[in-house]
Each structure stands twice: as structure tokens, then as C-alpha cells.
Write a protein that binds this ligand. Structure first.
Ligand SMILES: Nc1ncnc2c1ncn2[C@@H]1O[C@H](COP(=O)(O)OP(=O)(O)OP(=O)(O)O)[C@@H](O)[C@H]1O
Ligand SMILES: N[C@@H](CCO)C(=O)O
Length: 311
């Protein structure tokens, strides 16, 4: 039996729309992500379990994880024996935490291990991106690659090996708050302008390249000073109840950055101290999340997708 865990991720990471993503690890040691379990079976079987399984279509053919199994058998490992695939759906749907990416990455990584196909990093990333695009309203790598590789990833189709890891200040904390309602990624992409002005495009390129260079030269405070989302946030903030209020209140509590995680509605902050992170988490728990929501103080998950057990 192969059991693989795939962590939640923050797509865009404020300055890198569709181009930056960061994997999250709650500091309390809990796992924030999906798990795929693959084991030999007399015939193919799919089970979806976990806290959010009931939010997914009951028909296996509509579940991305099962679709990955069908594709893998047809196009990657036709000789693979029959398997039981269990997806433990531990991330909320439409959360802004890379939920569909977690299911896809965990499933393909588990199948690659089980079938001993030893796909390359690029082969796996391309497979994963193909499937995540089915439901996300566009092909983007900024959940897939941080989820798979861990850390903060500068990622895209034109990038060598599809992704480059960037360093961050290891002292940074990330508070991720899922408010308890969903926002469909495809809907959140539909409200974005189809084109950028020359000025906006140049400024986006300047901001992203400067941010990346400042991280690579360990100028972390300077990187934080330009970490803002001028591309998606202005159009998506109105879709997220409470976001503007959080953005107005959290800096006074020590949030260096407040931005939308991926396509939302989860928001995240970057804090330099644990005390500031705790203050922000407390405010968010009292003002941003409902009874279905949650808030985690995190560090980056530098391990990415990994096996939990091999039996
Ligand atoms: N295993 C799966 N995990 C997540 N979504 C799935 C899965 N299988 C099918 N879906 C469908 O894909 C769509 C996911 O849409 P969307 O991309 O908005 O959310 P998400 O990927 O779950 O969240 P996130 O904003 O964190 O990326 C939903 O309609 C959901 O029903
Ligand atoms: N980068 C994509 C998805 C991130 O989760 C978006 O913002 O639509």
C-alpha cells in the first residue's frame, strides 16, 4: 500500500499571479492537505473519504482523483494491476488553498510510486497541470508545483523544469484563514480583465522580478515592502465578504502583508513573529471565519508531497 500526502498551497503569493505558489505546513504539526492511498485489489475501486468528501460529486467519474486513475492506466501504465484508490479529501472545495491540485498531485504521485513508472518531475508536473486545468478555468502551475515540490516556487510553462524554488526568510509565519464559504476558481478567474495595459504589464513584471531577486539576495524586508497584488485582488476582493475589513485591520496587529490565497476566499498574512501571527489569527477567528471556517498559523512546507507509509 502506498499512502501519499499533498500539502495545501497559496497560489499567486500576492505578486505572482499564476506564477508563484507556496506550500503550507501548520506549526501545530497537523496535516493541511489531501491524502491518496493506493493498494492492490482484485478490481479497480475508488473511495472518497475525509471531512470534505461529502462536498464532492458522489459519482466517481466526476472526481478528479478517479479521473487521474483512469488516465494513468490508459496512457501511463496500461499493465498496472487493479487497484483500490482512496482519496482522503481533507481540504475544502473552492477554498483558495489548492484543493483540487492536492487531489491531483497526491493521486499521480501515489500511482507513480505504486506502478514504479518513475516519471520525471516535468512529466509528473505536466500530467498534474493538465488535470487541474479541467476544473480551474485555466492552466496554471502555482498550486501544482508548490504542492508537489514544496517551498515557494516560481513556476510556469516557459520556466526550465516548469519551476524554480525561491528562498524565504525562515522566520516568516503565514496565517491562512478559510472563511467557511467557497469561491469557485473558474468564477474568480472570470471576473478578471482579459488584458492588461502596457503600464500594468510592465509594473507586474518589475514587481515579480524584483521580488524574486530580493529573495535570492536575502533582502527579505525589501521583498515584503513590494509584496502586493495589483492584478487580481482589485477584482476579487469584492467577491470575498470581510476581506477588505481584514486588510484594513491586520497590519496594526503585525501583518506585513495581507492578500488573497490563490483565487480565494482564503486570505493569508505574512508575519515576522509568532506573536504577530497569533494576534492576526485571533482577529481572523473572531471576525473573518464562520463555524465552517478555520485558521492556521503556518510555515512553508519545504518537503512538499511525500509518502506517509509504504506497506
Ligand atoms: N478531488 C477533488 N478535489 C477538489 N475539487 C474536485 C475534486 N474532484 C472534482 N472536483 C470539482 O472541481 C471543482 C474545484 O473547483 P475549484 O478549483 O474552484 O476549487 P478547488 O480547486 O477545490 O479549490 P482551490 O480554490 O483551493 O483551488 C469543484 O467543482 C469540485 O466539485
Ligand atoms: N492562480 C490561480 C489559481 C490559484 O489557486 C488564480 O488566481 O486563478
Amino acid at each position: 500500500m502506498i499512502e501519499v500526502y499533498a500539502p495545501a498551497s497559496i497560489g499567486n503569493f500576492a505578486v505572482g499571479f499564476d506564477a508563484l505558489g507556496a506550500a503550507l505546513a501548520p506549526i501545530d504539526g497537523s496535516l493541511l492537505g489531501d491524502v491518496a492511498v493506493v493498494s492492490a485489489a482484485p478490481s479497480d475501486e475508488f473511495v472518497c473519504s475525509g471531512e470534505y468528501a461529502h462536498k464532492l460529486p458522489s459519482d466517481p467519474s466526476e472526481n478528479l482523483a478517479y479521473q487521474c486513475l483512469v488516465h494513468f492506466r490508459a496512457h501511463v501504465a496500461p499493465e498496472m494491476s487493479s487497484v483500490k484508490l482512496e482519496l482522503k479529501k481533507n481540504l475544502p472545495i473552492g477554498s483558495g488553498l489548492g484543493s483540487s491540485a492536492c487531489s491531483v498531485v497526491a493521486t499521480f504521485a501515489a500511482l507513480d510510486k505504486f506502478a514504479d513508472t518513475n516519471l520525471s518531475q516535468v512529466e509528473l508536473i505536466e500530467l498534474m497541470a493538465d488535470f487541474e486545468a479541467i476544473v480551474s478555468g485555466g492552466r496554471h502551475y502555482d498550486n501544482i508545483t508548490p504542492c508537489y515540490l514544496g517551498g515557494l516556487q516560481l513556476t510556469g510553462d516557459l520556466i526550465p523544469d516548469k519551476s524554480i524554488a525561491l528562498p524565504v526568510d525562515e522566520n516568516w509565519y503565514y496565517v491562512a484563514a478559510f472563511p467557511g464559504f467557497s469561491l469557485n476558481t473558474a468564477k474568480a478567474r472570470s471576473v478578471l480583465p482579459k488584458e492588461l495595459s502596457m503600464h500594468a504589464g510592465v509594473e507586474f513584471a518589475q514587481r515579480l522580478s524584483a521580488f524574486s531577486s530580493l529573495l535570492l539576495t536575502q533582502r527579505f524586508d525589501d521583498a515584503l515592502s513590494i509584496m502586493q497584488d495589483d492584478i487580481a485582488e482589485p477584482y476579487r476582493a469584492p467577491l470575498i465578504t470581510g476581506f477588505s475589513e481584514a486588510k484594513a485591520n491586520l497590519p496594526a496587529l503585525g501583518a506585513e502583508v495581507v492578500s488573497i490565497s490563490g483565487a480565494g476566499p482564503t486570505l493569508f498574512t505574512v508575519c515576522k513573529t509568532l506573536e504577530a501571527a497569533k494576534q492576526c489569527a485571533s482577529w481572523l477567528e473572531n471576525n473573518y471565519i464562520n463555524e465552517q471556517g478555520f485558521c492556521h498559523i503556518c510555515k512553508l512546507d519545504n518537503d512538499g508531497t511525500r509518502q506517509l507509509t509504504v506497506l
